[in-house]
Design a protein around this ligand. Structure first.
Ligand code: KIV
Ligand code: ZN
Length: 385
């Protein structure tokens, strides 16, 4: 079966870096950009050059060293922003300007005190300014998630005519349900003239915990780029998590999609981003959380020890995780206890395990997790009994 390539647009260094406390200096951004390129992302959104001299410098330095991925710089639909973004990208091998404007009535009326026709003119003008400087121009229709589809289609048609190579349909506020977001993309596929001249991009926020689901719904409906961040970092509740969409595409190969991501680097990349941005990953985070491959209840442990596939859909090696863990708690069973004893060198009979299990439960009820030291102490009791 032919697989459709999904372009992975990483915005950890732009939307991710907007998280309070996650600001990066140029050296940190440079290090992460090189690792993102090594991970296999297709586009690195390196920053918003007009926002500060430091960010301009970061985009400039990243442009000098990244050779395979496209380097992208954000701008508003403002000539000065676009010129500054283009200047910052001047050494990039594959430069992309990401420019755009709010298209929902909330943005048009409250933010711009404008009207729909004027917004289309500003959008078109911005794309033309950007195309004067670079060949690859992505247009974002901010708050597309809450923009009426018929009007959104007019905006998108106009910017493609003006030269946009990628059209980004952000669910800026994370409002859409997966079927609504998918229908929005399908509407554009079916109603925008020359839509095949541009790549449709999904940029979903996680305010309702739906960013990943919406992005997948978007590619099923015809989008071919996903904007995402490592560990799902981003404004407010964050963006689509790169590791999640990449592994969904890999696990569900029947969807017919592929990415260029080296999945074994996902966990090391997640740790590097968490350390550099000083933002720990929640333990239950899919793919990269500390508990993503831990089994603690007796029923699960017994099944897992008989056949890992009973409770694991991903081999931890595939995503560069440390390996599956059998954690001992008061909910654990005898087979897990025997397994952990075996790992540290004790082979007990079934009867001995039955006796040890009673002692183990007494101890486990008093603490969150029974560790190796505890097991050695329990084993001593069994040996001396
Ligand atoms: O969420 C959003 O709409 C954005 C745009 C600037 C692309 O981050
Ligand atoms: Zn965003």
């Amino acid at each position: 079966m032919k697989s459709d390539k999904i372009y992975i647009f990483d915005t950890t260094l732009r939307d991710g870096e907007q998280v309070p406390g996650c600001k990066l200096n140029t050296k940190e951004k440079l290090e992460l950009a090189l690792e993102l390129e090594h991970l296999g992302v297709d586009i690195i959104e390196a920053g918003f050059p007009v926002s500060s001299p430091g960010d301009f410098h970061s985009v400039e330095e990243i442009s000098k060293v990244v050779r395979h991925a496209s380097v992208c710089a954000l701008s508003r639909a403002v000539k000065a922003d676009i010129e500054v973004a283009a200047d910052a990208l001047k050494n990039a091998k594959h430069p992309r300007i990401h420019t755009g404007i709010g298209t929902s009535d909330f943005h048009i009326k409250s933010k711009f005190n404008s009207n729909r026709e004027e917004i289309i003119e500003r959008a078109v003008q911005a794309v033309k300014w950007a195309r004067n400087r670079v060949a690859d121009v992505e247009f974002y229709a901010e708050d597309a998630g809450r923009t009426e589809n018929a009007y959104l289609a007019r905006v998108i048609e106009a910017v493609i005519k003006a030269g946009a190579t990628v059209v980004n349909i952000p669910d800026t506020t994370g409002y859409c349900l997966p079927h609504q977001y998918g229908e929005k993309i399908a509407y554009l596929v079916n109603h925008v003239k020359d839509i095949d001249k541009a790549i449709i991009s999904c940029h979903c926020h996680n305010d309702l915990g739906l960013a990943t689901a919406n992005s997948i719904s978007g590619i099923i409906a015809g989008a071919r780029q996903i904007e995402c961040t490592i560990n799902g970092l981003g404004e407010r509740a964050g963006n689509t998590a790169l590791e999640e969409v990449v592994m969904i595409i890999r696990q569900h190969s029947d969807l017919g999609f592929k990415t260029s991501i080296k999945t074994q680097s996902l966990n090391p990349m997640s740790r590097l981003v968490a350390d550099t941005m000083r933002m720990p990953v929640q333990p239950n985070k899919a793919i990269v959380g500390a508990n993503a491959f831990s089994h603690s209840s007796g029923i699960h442990q017994d099944g897992f020890l008989k056949d890992a596939l009973t409770y694991e859909i991903i081999n931890p090696d595939e995503v560069g995780a440390d390996g599956s863990k059998i954690v001992l708690t008061a909910r654990s069973g005898r087979s897990a206890l025997a397994h952990r004893f075996r790992i540290i060198g004790y082979e007990f009979t079934r009867n001995e395990i039955d006796v040890l299990y009673v002692e183990f439960l007494r101890l486990a009820d008093t603490k969150k997790e029974v560790g190796e030291e505890d097991l050695h102490a329990l084993a001593k009791v069994a040996v001396s009994a």
